[in-house]
Design a protein around this ligand. Structure first.
Ligand code: SF4
Length: 399
């Protein structure tokens, strides 16, 4: 790349926003019902109390996976761990998660969740108990159209596939599996045929950041409803990959903010809560308007962060603030996940902006941003320290 050039030097052509594809086809009665349901969701999101319940729960059903991705948080292994939660324990866990009472989004993840034979039984039970279920399968030969149809029938609303480059060879190199890009395209097509909505997850680091503009065009062609851009946290195998510099973080987040105004899919920045600070600086908004999807996996008005609106459960039942902040606060085998989320010191301190240290602690954006607690922990050993990826210098005392 020439000196001084942007890491993102390709423009993406503007397109109109198309958020809810199905609404135009609804009858007036259905429209009224949808409006009423949306109003209910709105009020639930506005009053969302992250001290009481997470908005999203990611559950690592297994660490087994056929891939060996360079950035794998889970350091996934080829075989299932015999210590995984078994089906009976998993069903019990679902009941306990339903007790949060706010119908959280339950992301069934891994490893590759398709490696568990009871996957669709678990998904169906979670759906029956009111959880809003999504799935992040690995794009292997297991991700067939038949299984995608089984997923849909089990109540799974959305599937998220990982794509880390526009170029197939670069993507395959990231995933450690030749032919992965082609398999991912096939899996996306299979899920689309099964009428599942599609989310694309991309882990961005210094190696693949220049791929993002072309990827944005691809996502549009694939009909994705959301692009979830994960800013690398150096944990698991990802500890060996090069991070973006703070300046590059800022540049990419600004680019995503601009992109979000002209593409037909939603953009979510993961492990980069500075996105909300940048949105505020560019648009004057400190809070989002929420985000409604026809699949019901709406976005909250308030920003979610590690342990604040988000909870992770490992394949062994450990409860952590996120999959990138691997500090166990308890285990569902001997404690209630509801109690762990609401009462453990780890979770409560992460939800307290006044506990933040350094620059994040005195930043006027600490309520809407707060920095990536996972990256702070990975790079400093203290989950309450400043996020080293943020170049922002606080202008005033926190409000
Ligand atoms: S200093 Fe911390 S709280 Fe402020 S914008 Fe940066 S990461 Fe966010």
């Amino acid at each position: 790349m020439p000196r001084g050039a942007s890491v993102l030097d390709t423009e993406v052509r503007p397109t109109p926003k198309i958020r809810l594809k199905v609404v135009a086809q609804m009858t007036s009665t259905v429209r009224e019902q949808a409006a009423s349901a949306r109003q209910e969701r709105d009020s639930r999101m506005v009053v969302a109390d992250f001290d009481q319940a997470p908005f999203t729960i990611a559950w690592e059903l297994t660490r087994a996976c056929a891939y060996a991705c360079q950035h794998c948080r889970a350091d996934a292994q080829p075989r299932r761990d015999p210590r995984e939660l078994d089906t009976t324990e998993a069903m019990s866990l679902i009941e306990q998660l339903a007790a949060f009472g706010n119908r959280p989004i339950l992301v069934l993840t891994g490893g590759d969740p398709l490696m568990r034979r009871d996957l669709f039984d678990l998904a169906r039970y979670a759906d029956e108990l009111g959880l809003r279920v999504s799935l992040t399968p690995t794009a292997t030969a297991l991700a067939t159209e038949q299984r995608m149809r089984q997923a849909r029938a089990a109540g799974i609303r959305r599937v998220a596939f990982s794509v880390d480059a526009a170029d197939p060879l670069t993507h395959d190199s990231f995933r450690g599996f030749s032919g992965s890009f082609a398999r991912t395209r096939a899996a996306i097509a299979a899920a689309t045929e099964a009428e599942l909505s599609i989310q694309i997850n991309t882990t961005v680091c210094a190696t693949n950041v220049s791929e993002l503009p072309v990827m944005a065009e691809q996502l549009e062609q694939w009909g994705a409803v959301q692009w979830s851009v994960f800013f690398l946290v150096p944990v698991g195998r990802g500890a060996n990959l090069p991070l973006l510099s703070p300046t590059q973080h800022e540049e990419v987040l600004g680019w995503l903010s601009d992109l979000s105004q002209r593409v037909p899919f939603d953009i979510k920045a993961t492990a980069a809560p500075q996105y909300r600070r940048i949105l505020h600086q560019r648009t004057g908004r400190t809070m989002g308007a929420g985000f409604h999807y026809s699949d019901g996996l709406d976005r909250p008005v308030r920003g979610v962060n590690d342990g604040r609106g988000f909870m992770f459960i490992s394949h062994l039942g450990e409860v952590m603030p996120s999959g990138f902040l691997t500090l166990p606060a308890g285990n569902v085998r001997d404690s209630s996940p509801v109690d762990i989320y609401r009462q453990s010191t780890i979770f409560t301190s992460l939800r307290d902006p006044g506990a933040l240290k350094g620059k994040c602690g005195r930043c006027e954006f600490r309520e809407v941003c707060g920095g990536s607690r996972a990256r702070a922990y990975a790079l400093t050993g203290d989950p309450l320290e400043s996020d080293p990826s943020c170049p922002y210098e606080p202008a005033a005392a926190p409000v």
